[in-house]
Design a protein around this ligand. Structure first.
Ligand code: PMP
Length: 321
């Protein structure tokens, strides 16, 4: 019943101390998280390198995972070291050299009141092979649409946490934009500035200066984003952290998404659909082609995650050793 068509190379997943064959699922349909999104998650990538499999910024991802679990007021017996051990075991069990890694913790079966008083908190770790998140053609740039729904505000929910339920907004807007023929959605925040994509942060480039926003703009503080900020500064780029207005976005020379799944993905066209009743205007970003800065940072990111730049080896955990 559960095949691996959209989970290439997934053999087994880990759940509460045991490995299960991928097609063997056993979570009860009355599990709390299925109804209310009461789960926390991470998305991590491991890369095949000359020195074996390397997991990118594993520590930071697990710190964020534990932060999310604390935000969701979860009680669980796992330490950071336990979770790291399970991730490594799961990669090995699936014989994967490069992979997407999904740790997820959720309120499981117990009761269905909104307060999960009698629900156990359970940990799952799964890995599979995941190529370009927005499709193979995304290397040449994607088209995005600014949706009219504003990003959940950081005064409404802790947007620094990866909370399962909060992703319903990403899912709805992702579906809406794809139905209209765009590759991805962009959210404005309540202040009217550009916030982020459904699962991606945003950088703009103007006259050689890079700009991205921070958590004061209702975004997830992406680990890819933080890495790129440091790398770009090291390379001598001027980097501004601050609100990105819609006008700045439209007038940028280059725009790109950053994230574990999308890595560095150029954005070459944007449609402003922020006013549901108003006309939709399309803008071409810069030349409409992948820009020089995007290209350079994308290449550098590839080298960093595959352990080819010594300075950033501090961000890599090798599977063996
Ligand atoms: N924003 C959101 C809402 C996300 O889900 C993600 C993916 N985790 C990102 C940004 C990018 O974060 P990261 O670079 O840590 O993957």
């Amino acid at each position: 019943m559960f095949n691996t068509t959209h989970f290439p190379k997934a053999l087994k997943y880990w759940h509460e101390g045991k490995f299960y064959v991928w097609s063997d699922a056993h979570v009860h349909p009355m599990a709390h998280a299925l109804h209310y999104g009461s789960s926390v998650l991470e998305g991590i990538r491991a890369y095949s390198t000359a020195r074996g499999t390397a997991i990118f910024r594993l520590n930071e991802h697990i710190d964020r995972f534990l932060y999310s679990a604390a935000v969701a007021k979860m009680n669980f017996p796992y330490t950071k070291e336990d979770i790291i051990r399970v991730i490594k075991l799961t990669l090995k069990e699936n014989k994967l050299e490069s992979a997407y890694i999904r740790p997820m913790m959720f309120y499981s079966y117990g009761n269905l009141g909104l307060v999960p008083k009698f629900c156990s908190v359970e940990l799952v770790v799964a890995t599979w092979e995941w190529g370009a998140y927005l499709g193979e053609k995304s290397v040449n740039g994607v088209s995005v649409c600014i949706v009219s729904w504003r990003r959940l505000h950081h005064s409404q929910l802790d947007m620094k946490a990866k909370l399962g339920g909060a992703y319903i907004q990403s899912t709805i807007c992702g579906l809406e934009t794809r139905a209209k023929g765009y590759d991805e959605a962009i959210f404005l925040n309540l202040e009217g500035n550009v916030a982020e994509g459904p699962g991606e942060n945003i950088f703009i480039v103007k006259d050689g200066v890079l700009k991205t926003n921070d958590t004061s703009e209702s975004i997830l503080e992406g680990i890819t984003r933080t890495s790129l900020v440091e790398m770009a500064k090291d390379e001598g780029y001027k980097m501004v952290i601050g609100p990105i207005s819609r006008e700045e976005f439209f007038a940028a020379d280059e725009v790109f998404f950053s994230g574990t799944a999308v890595e560095v993905t150029p954005i070459i066209r944007v449609t402003d659909g922020s006013d549901p009743a108003g006309p939709k205007k399309e803008y071409v970003i810069g030349s409409g082609r992948v820009g020089e800065t995007t290209r350079r940072l994308r290449q550098m990111f590839k080298e960093v995650v595959t352990g080819q730049i010594r300075k950033y080896e501090k961000w890599i955990t090798f599977l063996e050793g």
